[in-house]
Design a protein around this ligand. Structure first.
Ligand code: MG
Length: 383
């Protein structure tokens, strides 16, 4: 249906988060692996979205959102941010619909939107609002109760607030023409001031706004991700031995298409496993001539730089090498340092252990080596 073509979503995200005491706008708070704002944008997938950004944080907004939404500079107030966004949209017709939603309401259920938009199309203006559940007292300046308001008729305004374009245009014109301008905390008030009807669309308390530090416990945090890798290589004493990027004198070396660094291969597989991106064989096929004899530090650097570009940080990596020969303890620090250097992380984020298998199995029979690695990574979401 052509329904979606008639809808334009505006997200005023021009605030700088000072109220929460954050060093960045609260819209960029971590939320389930990305940011609250990106999550809110994703709630309106399929609809064209315009986001008003805070001028001093333009770059971050461009990096995170430029490929998904139209960006427009926000204003000093929410009212001005919405107005800038509204006026930046070309081709709006009177019967089109504008959906305004707070960047800080990440729990909105988008399945309810078509019904609310259909109502707004009919009546001109609709806002999500929650019926009061507490008894509401009106008080004077001294705190003395002057009235108990009938709860059935009290609603707390939320967003989305949905307007037919002709209604919003008339409301802006009336506001501009008024002798003095009342400060506005939402667009519903703008339309009310113009004397036009605004209806409520009953909403749930779940659609709350993240406003204060105390609300942060409601946010799903970026979760750490764990990965495991395992690799085996057969001995080939005609080749040099590389483990964790370090050439171990005296060998024997390991057979393989690359330098056969069994420890780094396990580490690479652990990293790819943690982020759900396949395995070393799919990244660097062992029949591809460009990887013949390649140092595995190069492979690690390639994988890790891509993961970093996706925002992943290493918490730690723990590598265990199983080898009957040679003695690896003297090389442990060098292996650890080389791995940390290849990943550009601190030494204490990497641990390298070595063990024999007491003469048991293929390792014990000196046929080859095995290695295992476990990693923990976390996605960095704040720019
Ligand atoms: Mg391998």
């Amino acid at each position: 249906m052509g329904f979606q073509n008639m809808i334009r979503v505006l997200i005023p995200a021009g605030g700088t988060g000072q109220r929460m005491g954050l060093p960045y706008p609260k819209q960029l708070l971590p939320y389930a692996g990305s940011s609250m704002l990106e999550h809110v944008v994703s709630l309106f997938a399929g609809y064209p979205v315009t986001v008003a950004y805070p001028t001093e944080h333009r770059q971050v907004f461009v990096e995170k959102l430029a490929d998904q939404v139209d960006l427009v500079e926000g204003g000093a107030t929410r009212y001005l941010s919405v107005r800038n966004a509204f006026e930046s949209i070309s081709g709006l017709e009177d019967h089109h619909m504008v959906v305004i939603h707070d960047a800080a309401r990440p729990f909105f259920d988008p399945q309810t939107l078509p019904e609310a938009v259909a109502l707004a199309q009919k009546v001109g203006a609709v806002i999500y609002a929650q019926q009061a559940t507490d008894t509401i007292k009106q008080v004077d300046d001294s705190g003395l109760i002057t009235a108990t308001l009938p709860r059935d008729h009290i609603f707390q305004a939320q967003t989305p607030q949905i307007f037919r374009v002709d209604v919003l245009r008339r409301a802006y014109a009336a506001y501009d023409a008024a002798p003095s301008q009342e400060p506005l905390t939402d667009e519903a008030r703008l339309v009310e001031l113009a004397g036009l009807p605004v209806h409520v669309f009953p909403s749930s308390p779940r659609n709350r706004k993240i406003t204060l530090q105390e609300d942060l416990h409601l946010m799903p945090q970026a979760s750490p991700r764990i990965g495991h890798g395992y690799d085996v290589h057969r001995f080939d004493d005609t080749r040099p031995l590389f483990l964790c990027g370090v050439e171990i004198p005296g060998g024997p070396g390991l057979a393989g298409h690359s330098d056969a660094d069994v420890a780094l291969h396990a580490l690479i597989d652990a990293l790819l496993g943690a982020v759900g991106r396949g395995d070393i064989g799919s990244w660097f096929p062992d029949n591809d001539p460009q990887y013949a004899g390649i140092r595995s530090t190069k492979l690690l650097e390639k994988v890790w730089s891509e993961l970093r570009a996706d925002g992943y940080q290493l918490i730690n990596a723990d590598i265990t090498i199983q080898a009957q020969i040679p003695k690896l303890a003297p090389h442990r620090d060098a292996m650890r340092n080389c791995t940390a250097e290849s990943m550009d992380v601190a030494q204490d984020q990497i641990n390298v252990k070595a063990t024999t298998t007491e003469g048991l199995g293929f390792v014990g029979k000196r046929e080859g080596m095995a290695a295992q690695a476990v990693v923990l990574v976390m996605r960095e979401v704040i720019a």
